[in-house]
Write a protein of this length. Structure first.
Length: 142
């Protein structure tokens, strides 16, 4: 099960909608060795494509791990494509897909992809801290 704050979920959806009609992509990073998604890192889709994404090689994590790897599908459901499955190289990551094909609906789903096997998992949205928005965006830690 993936647990993340409502603010992080909203940030992923907002990034996906902002980059439409191209696919959006990014990560939610966490401390090395943890399963806690904490720092929202929207990345540039170096492909600038509505059907494929590739992280800009200049955007890297330091001292963190990609707890969530996300991208959007602009014309299809939020389910990993054959290409998504082939490129999934982080067995410990949650792969989140957001479909932006319907501007009035939000389809936000999470998967584990290990050795080509796709398993959908539940997404639990934790309540936000009423004192503030817990989204921590770039810059990267020193």
């Amino acid at each position: 099960m993936l647990t993340l704050s409502g603010a992080l979920r909203r940030a992923v959806i907002a990034h996906a909608r902002a980059d439409h009609p191209d696919e959006a992509c990014g990560v939610i990073a966490g401390p090395a060795g943890s399963d806690r998604p904490e720092r929202f890192v929207p990345m540039t889709n170096a492909e600038r494509s509505p059907t494929f994404y590739r992280f800009d090689s200049m955007e890297q994590l330091r001292g963190e791990e990609p707890v969530v790897i996300y991208h959007s599908h602009t014309a299809t459901e939020a389910y990993p494509s054959r290409t998504d499955i082939a490129y999934a190289s982080e067995p410990g990551a949650h792969y989140v897909l957001v479909s932006t094909h319907d501007p009035d609906e939000v389809e936000f789903r999470s998967f584990r992809i290990v050795d080509g096997v796709v398993t959908e998992e539940e997404v639990r949205v934790a309540e936000d801290d009423p004192a503030g928005d817990p989204v921590r965006a770039v810059p990267e830690p020193e």
